[in-house]
Ligand binder design. Structure first.
Ligand SMILES: [Zn+2]
Length: 271
């Protein structure tokens, strides 16, 4: 899939979500949306640069080698092409579920992933807000996914497309009709599901780890959709003022021992 098409589709979906967020918000804002979005876009710009400089030069060539030399699980069997691409997307999605659990369990990774979680609200801009350190740390994992699963260039680009659209959607602050959302949550991760994952209560946050297909949470019994969004405090407990989440603070956060971030991990792992 051409890069241009991917970027255009993502921007189109992002625009629709931003319009819907204004029309049908799911949760109340806790600080100026403009300031929050600006901050998230600044983190996103550093992230995009990291992907451009570190991830693409490693993962892109590896996917080409996988295709040329038929390496990895999916290349061991000869599947019809469409089926192979679907299997690649599903397997990448499942292994991303496992990576997401790791980013919450391994202290070094949590330090970086916590930057995504200290956002005081949740909307489509949060989907773009991943610390450059987290993106850099994920490169060896992504490389292993591609090589071991046997994901070639075309399959990789379908998965990247699916993931970008899915994370924009489930981070968005869009109020979907409740019944529609509960049916949809059998298939895809939805905004209410992911809102629970961003709760500052460990027992609530230790759920809904999926990033695309919701079945992984159903299979692992980590699925929850029973907490009303009005009852959820988004963020990391103890970090609840705008002053604590300003841009320089969140960028340096992984390199400082922030007690609330460390305590949140301890409470989650104890849960
Ligand atoms: Zn998370």
């Amino acid at each position: 899939m051409k890069n241009f098409f991917r970027v255009a589709l993502s921007l189109g979906v992002l625009t629709c979500l931003v319009l819907l967020e204004r029309k049908r918000p799911l949760r109340r804002e806790r600080e100026s949306k403009l300031r929050r979005n600006g901050r998230n876009l600044a983190v996103a710009a550093l992230g995009a640069l990291t992907v451009h400089l570190l991830e693409s030069p490693v993962v892109g060539p590896l996917a080409r080698v996988v295709g040329r030399r038929r390496l990895g699980l999916l290349k061991l069997v000869t599947l019809p092409r469409t089926l192979e691409i679907i299997a690649a997307v599903v397997l990448m999605d499942y292994t991303l579920y496992l990576w997401h659990v790791l980013t919450h369990r391994v202290p070094f990774l949590w330090r970086f992933h916590a930057v995504h979680h200290v956002d005081l609200a949740l909307d489509a801009s949060t989907a773009l807000r991943f610390h450059f350190g987290e993106l850099a740390a994920s490169v060896p994992y992504r490389a292993a996914q591609v090589v071991l699963l046997g994901v070639d260039t075309e399959s990789l680009s379908y998965w990247q497309m699916f993931l970008s659209l899915s994370i924009l959607f489930h981070h968005s602050n869009v109020r979907l009709p409740r019944r529609f959302e509960s049916v949809l949550s059998w298939f895809l991760v939805t905004p209410r599901m992911h809102g629970i994952h961003h709760s500052n209560e460990p027992v609530e946050a230790n759920t809904n780890w999926s990033s695309g297909l919701a079945c992984w949470d159903r299979i692992h019994r980590t699925f929850r959709l029973d907490i009303p969004q009005e009852q959820i405090h988004i963020g990391v407990k103890g970090i609840d003022t705008e002053e604590r989440v300003q841009l320089p603070k969140i960028l340096s956060q992984p390199f400082r021992g922030v007690p609330e971030v460390i305590a949140f991990l301890r409470d989650r792992n104890a849960d």
